[in-house]
Design a protein around this ligand. Structure first.
Ligand SMILES: Cc1ncc(COP(=O)(O)O)c(C=O)c1O
Length: 384
């Protein structure tokens, strides 16, 4: 069950026990999300992108479900290992901008799978993790996705073979290709096109005498926030069939496949419950101030103009409100329109101590929250 559908009485009881702001998490929903991807893409080994939500019990639930982890730092490596992950079998160091000290640390504990997209990164990996396996991340289209990761990451395909040859010359093992179609990708065609490009790289690499054995299809699988039309099983079917056509022989044997989903595993498995701590009228508009805001759980409203579904524990007549957080900064307003401008939202009338419940708050909320002004992140509560 999506915790956004929890009865209000249950949410009020949790608030009486734990206070606010709280995240209410369903481990069962996390498992269901994982299993939906796992059964849709049975040939894929999944490495949960823990940047989406690195909370310990969530990582433990995913270890129990059979997931590995995409990690981006020593901190994430330690968190994954503390949750039960095995450094060699269960971790990919997938950030392509790695601190050399952290490469050395990863290597020292047995992690041997690294992603890169430029020559400088290769030299650092060769120096601090000699003999490691490497995946080359390539640029692919992120059109239509919410976060355009190809703006910052990925090598041009024209440079791919040169980089693979350099990897080999540096004593590394060029194992495969990785890509990311952008976070909250709503169109499976992005994966289809990226697989086509990957196939070209495989063919060119073979001509250069490099046998690639692995594809990392990244993350990008979407979550339903307001009214997005999402069908993960259908998306998986498209990817599975296209992969089979391009990479599998008549017995169905292909290469190793991995994926690094983050958002789709945790997004709709967690809600935020935040309380009205102040109210005012400014320039004729009703403002509500909450004990969580853009420096806490709602950073993605500023970064990506994300919109979350709302509920309240009130029933009064509908009024329009501007929703703001508790910090001293005027950017701390989380009701914003598609252009990122402050706007009002319609909610049943609310006053001091009333509760706002935000749905689909599992991904990139807690992990992006700050300590600005001394406010602590919301507390985790597992209701199932
Ligand atoms: C390298 C890498 N892999 C996986 C992910 C997870 O993406 P998503 O949450 O869209 O599934 C990200 C997100 O930034 C990423 O940078």
């Amino acid at each position: 069950m999506n915790p956004f559908e929890l009865p209000i009485e249950t949410i009020e009881k949790l608030v009486r026990e734990h206070g606010t702001p709280i995240y209410v998490v369903s481990r069962k929903k996390i498992r269901e999300n994982f299993e939906m991807l796992d059964s849709g893409l049975p040939a894929v080994k999944f490495f949960y992108a823990m940047k989406a939500n690195p909370q310990h019990e969530i990582l433990e639930a995913l270890v129990a479900a059979g997931a590995g982890f995409d990690v981006a730092s020593k901190g994430e490596i330690l968190a994954a290992v503390a949750a039960g992950a095995h450094p060699k079998n269960d971790l990919i160091f997938a950030d392509t901008v790695k601190d050399p000290k952290q490469i050395a640390f990863a290597h020292s504990i047995g992690l041997d799978d690294f992603t890169f997209d430029n020559h400088s990164e290769l030299t650092q990996i060769a120096r601090h993790a000699p003999g490691a396996k490497v995946h080359l991340r390539i640029v692919v289209s992120n059109e239509g996705s919410v976060a355009h990761l190809s703006h910052k990451f990925g090598a041009d395909v024209a440079d791919a073979i040169g980089l693979m040859l350099q990897a080999r010359a540096l004593g590394l093992i060029p194992r495969g290709v990785s890509f990311h179609v952008g976070s909250q990708c709503l169109d499976a065609q992005r994966y289809v096109e990226a697989l086509d490009t990957t196939k070209d790289v495989f063919v060119e690499a073979a001509k250069a005498g490099i046998e690639l054995k692995s594809i990392d299809i990244g993350g990008g699988f979407p979550v339903r926030y307001i009214d997005e039309d999402i069908d993960i099983p259908e998306m998986c079917r498209t990817i599975r069939e296209h992969y089979g056509k391009l990479f599998c022989d008549e017995n169905g044997d292909g290469c190793d496949l991995v994926a690094e989903p983050g958002r789709a595993i945790v997004g709709d498995a967690m809600i935020l419950v935040t309380k009205v701590i102040s109210e005012s009228v400014r320039n004729g508009k009703n403002w509500l101030y909450f004990d969580d805001g853009t420096y806490g759980s709602f950073m993605e409203v500023l970064l990506y103009k994300m919109k979350f579904p709302w509920r309240t524990n009130t029933n009064g007549p509908v009024k329009e409100y501007v929703l703001a957080g508790p910090t001293c900064d005027s950017i701390d307003v989380f009701s914003r329109d598609g252009a990122g401008e402050i706007c009002g939202v319609e909610l049943p009338q609310m006053h001091l101590d009333d509760l706002l419940i935000a749905g689909s708050m599992g991904a990139y909320t807690f992990s992006e929250s700050t300590r600005f002004n001394g406010f602590e992140p919301a507390k985790f509560v597992f209701w199932d």
